[in-house]
Design a binder for this molecule. Structure first.
Ligand SMILES: Nc1ncnc2c1ncn2[C@@H]1O[C@H](COP(=O)(O)OP(=O)(O)O)[C@@H](O)[C@H]1O
Ligand SMILES: [Mg+2]
Length: 325
């Protein structure tokens, strides 16, 4: 693939001030730190990690909903800070989001036709009948019968509703789609259909995807590259085959080991890695994973491991040479 990058994130961080009651000073919660990546058209970057690892925070930075505490986002090679005020609406339209909950993210008072037609009504000069045609065409593309455009969101199943949410995102003609747990709320039986649809649409529209999920079996199927987050920091970044075939970071290994295989229908519940996730307000010194890590040594207590190249990927682990490869 030689498509030039559409978006680049450089050392992104997002910290929040949180109040801890009148007697204590506000603390800094490092929801995201040191995240860098490149997105290219036709490719999927997956972001994985347990709840609280900073996945949604990352989504809010990429979609320009929030401003990172530090770091840079380049769109088509240009820092988003350098975009003129008049260019921002177009920039925002280029980066669309699909949320986990297709119930909460669609206006219940509007018909599907109105929901999908809205971006065109705002951003295009198309007349009403051309807009209706475009809506019907998009409905067909996401596998919904155009005759249903007069219906309201509650009249559709969860999977159909997620198709509507995807269609709505595409009506803005985006370059990038950030999907935050897009199939996690859906029945297992419809997940594969929605994922396959997303892959088809990615290729048809030459989209770059950021696919956020805690479900590694889905990630293995859809991703080209994966970033594993732990307490806001990347611990491993690799091509999908590399990550699943030879996971290097102890946390990645635990995540993969505890993922039920697709062929093992009897054991569907997820087993979390042993130990609790530490409070993000007072993470352990050195490596934040060390208190759950079977390989932790003195150095892990003293020094935070930086992401560095190891065996065709990047890993943040002092001991990776001893334990992997
Ligand atoms: N607006 C906010 N203010 C304070 N803390 C926040 C805010 N948003 C997220 N956090 C905290 O940041 C961390 C990462 O959250 P989040 O990005 O939602 O993780 P994930 O999506 O991986 O579950 C969590 O500890 C969460 O409580
Ligand atoms: Mg989240």
């Amino acid at each position: 693939m030689t498509s030039s990058p559409i978006l680049e994130a450089i050392d992104l961080a997002r910290h929040y001030r949180v109040n801890r009651g009148v007697l204590r000073r506000p603390a800094t919660l490092r929801a995201l730190d040191g995240v860098s990546f490149v997105l290219s058209p036709g490719r999927t970057l997956a972001v994985v990690g347990e709840s609280g690892s900073g996945k949604s925070t990352l989504a809010r930075q990429i979609t320009l909903i929030e401003t990172p505490t530090s770091g840079d986002i380049l769109f088509s090679g240009r820092g988003v800070d350098s975009f003129d005020k008049s260019e921002w609406p177009e920039l925002r339209r280029s980066i669309q989001m699909v949320f986990q909950d297709p119930y909460g993210s669609l206006n219940p008072r509007k018909t599907v036709g109105a929901i999908l037609g809205e971006p065109l009504a705002i951003n295009s000069t198309l007349g009403a009948s051309a807009r209706r045609d475009a809506v019907h065409e998009m409905m067909a593309k996401v596998g919904l019968r155009p005759e249903l455009s007069g219906r309201y969101p509650h009249m559709f199943s969860g999977g159909q509703r997620q198709r509507i949410a995807i269609a709505r995102a595409l009506m803005s003609n985006p370059r990038i789609v950030v999907a935050d747990e897009p199939v996690s709320a859906l029945d297992v039986s419809v997940r594969a259909q929605v994922i396959n649809l997303m892959l088809d649409l990615r290729d048809e529209f030459h989209l770059a995807y950021v696919f956020i999920s805690h479900d590694l079996s889905v990630v293995r199927f859809i991703a080209d590259e994966v970033i594993v987050l732990y307490l806001g920091r990347p611990v491993e970044k690799a091509a999908v085959e590399t990550l699943f075939e030879t996971p290097a970071h102890p946390y990645t290994r635990l995540l993969i080991a505890s993922t039920p295989r697709a062929d093992n229908t009897a054991r569907r519940e997820r087993v979390a890695p042993h130990g609790e996730i530490p409070s993000p307000l007072s993470p352990p010194s050195g490596c934040a994973f060390r208190i759950r890590c079977p390989f932790a040594a003195r150095v892990c207590e003293d020094k935070r491991p930086e992401l560095r190249p190891f065996a065709n990927r990047e890993v943040a682990c002092h001991r990776v040479e001893d334990i992997a490869g």
